[in-house]
Each structure stands twice: as C-alpha cells, then as structure tokens.
Design a binder for this molecule. Structure first.
Ligand code: 13P
Ligand code: SF4
Length: 321
C-alpha cells in the first residue's frame, strides 16, 4: 500500500462488494461519510450525509465519530478538520483541489488586505485553511447574502475569492464590496448560447443557476442559489422541467428527490459534452473511498495555529441564523 500519489494505491479483489465493505468498515471504526452534491451518484448513495458546503459544515460541527471521511474537495476536508480538530479526517484523494480556492493564495490575500485597511474580510468557504485564518467571516453560497445583510450598510467589506458571487451580492444588496478577482473554472464556462437554445426547446422549463456563474447566465435564471437552495426550489416548484446551470452531479439528488420531474444540464461552452463536470469532485470514487476507510489514509492535517485562527470566522458563520 502507498499514498505517494495522494490516494491509497493497493490491490482490491475484483469481486469485493465495495458497498458492503464500506458499510462494515464504517461500523467497525465508528466512521461517518459526508459527500457533496457534486460527487458521483454511487458515492452519494453510500454517504451518511449528502449536502452543500453549508450543510456539510453544520453537520460536521455536531458529529462525534472517531473518523470523518469527506468526499468532496480538499478545502471541505480542511473545514471539517478545523471544526473537529481532535478527529481523524480523511479524504479519498488529496488531488481533489478547487480552481476557485487556488485562485486566492494566502500571501496574496494578505497583501490585498493591507492595501485596503479598515475592511471586514469575508471569504467564501471555497478557500484554503490559511486564507480562512486571514478572514473575519466565512460564508457559503447558501448564506452569503444573509451574512452580508447582517453587517451595517456602511461597513467596508473585502469579498473573495469568487468575483461572480461577489458581483451577485453587490447587485442584489446595492453594496460596493471590494472583490477578489477569482472564479470557478466549471461555473464560468456554462454556455449562454446553449442555455438559450435549451430555453427555446423547453419553453415551460424553469432555469436554476448557481451564483458562481457569470452575470449573463445568472440573468436568465428563474432561481439563483446554492445547490441546496436550487434543490429545495425545484422540489417546491409546480414546474416539471428544469434547466440546470451548476455542476451536473446535483442531478442525482434532484432526480431522487423529485421523481417525475425532468432536469436538463446546461453544457459547457468549450466541448460537445452535454454536462459540465468538476473533475476534482469526480476523483472521489467508491474504490478510493473503500481504501481510505480501510487504511485510514490520506489524512487531512492542518497546522494547529491555523486551526485556531480559522475556527473563529467559520463559527461566526455558523452562529448567524
Ligand atoms: P455550494 O456552496 O452550493 O455547496 O457549492 C460549493 C461549490 O464548490 C460550488 O462550486
Ligand atoms: Fe471548486 Fe468549482 Fe469544483 Fe466547486 S465546482 S469544487 S468551486 S472547482
């Protein structure tokens, strides 16, 4: 067995029932599995909790398991470790990064903050632990509007790293937050042209858009929101067809929760694929999840001092109801 490549590399018998083994190991080790909506359906199916970034952080803060496996991307594993520092936090593949988190290095943000004295720093949860440690309040797409709304109207704010989410909040609240110039490579490449074609093809369909999408795509949305908000809206809507502009893994839970309704993914602008996938999220496979539980590797480690500093802005977020 080795973990040199960022995931456990070990032989697995071809006829092994991975699902049954995962269940067995979970019980034996008092482990729990969290999965983001963007992971593959088969990973979501074995998870104890499936959710958006906000829900997963809220759940993690209340868990008492010895081992927590986070099937998502690296920053999500770090968030769990910050909230549960005495627990073993595992991820199936350390290579599951995030282009948005990568667009904001802690040393660059530090400089940016120095250039804008007197500003409250709000960071999207899609950031490294080191960036969170420089932050006053962490937000997710599920609560960003509420958190910003809880601050006095004249408060000077730096918002990062997602310029699209930041622009969206500025446009909805009339604020003029100073924005970090970062973006998610998946959400920025939804094709407006293909979305408009789908709207013509399905005139009755409602359009669901994640706020990390660009403004022209957002403007076509009947509902703009986090993955959990979009799910809830689709459940409650009387419409039966939805055009979905967020990572296509969400369609698994949408279809499960809304039997009989139809969900059509918006394609990206740079390929002939019908779906727009986050390749990082798809690194979480059932096989790697099994090996992670079996060998208890790879483990998320965060410097104790960073944990101390990063916990406060996450707790502030979780306290805002
Ligand atoms: P949510 O906050 O909706 O879970 O989204 C997280 C994410 O990575 C979006 O790309
Ligand atoms: Fe990061 Fe974008 Fe993937 Fe979300 S979809 S994890 S923001 S790269």
């Amino acid at each position: 067995m080795n973990v040199e490549n960022g995931y456990v590399d070990a032989p697995v018998a071809e006829d092994l029932d991975l699902k049954a083994e995962i269940e067995r190991l979970k019980k034996e080790k008092n482990a729990v599995i969290l999965a983001h909506y963007y992971t593959d359906g088969e990973v979501q199916n074995v998870a104890d909790f499936v959710g958006d970034s906000l829900a997963l952080a809220q759940i993690a803060s209340k868990l008492d398991n010895d081992i927590i496996v986070m099937c998502g991307v690296h920053f999500m594993g770090e968030t769990v470790k910050i909230l549960c520092p005495d627990r073993k936090v595992l991820v199936p593949d350390m290579n599951a990064g995030c282009s948005l988190a990568d667009s904001c290095k802690a040393e660059d943000l530090k400089k940016f903050i120095e250039e804008h004295p007197g500003h409250t720093v709000i960071s999207y949860v899609n950031t490294t632990a080191a960036v969170k440690a420089l932050t006053d309040i962490v937000v997710t797409s599920g609560n960003a509007m509420k958190v910003v709304g809880s601050l006095p109207a004249d408060e000077k704010i730096i918002f990062g790293p997602d310029r699209n989410l930041g622009n969206y909040i500025n446009s909805m609240t009339g604020r003029q937050m100073v924005l970090w110039d970062g973006a998610c490579h998946v959400h920025e490449k939804f094709s407006l042209e293909k979305l408009l074609e789908l709207k013509k093809q399905y005139p009755e369909a409602k359009v669901l858009v994640h706020p990390e999408c660009t403004a022209p795509v957002r403007m076509v949305g009947d509902k703009v929101g986090s993955t959990a908000v979009l799910l809830q809206w689709a459940r409650e809507s009387e419409a039966d067809t939805f055009i979905v502009a967020t990572e296509s893994g969400i369609l698994h839970e949408m279809t499960r929760l809304c039997p009989g309704k139809r969900f059509i993914p918006v394609p990206p602008n740079d390929s002939t694929c019908a779906c727009n996938e986050c390749s990082y999220m798809k690194l979480n496979t059932l096989r790697k999840l099994y090996l992670t539980l079996r060998y208890e590797q790879p483990e998320i480690k965060v410097d104790a001092e960073i944990i101390d500093r990063a916990r406060r802005p996450i707790s502030r977020m979780l306290e805002i109801k």
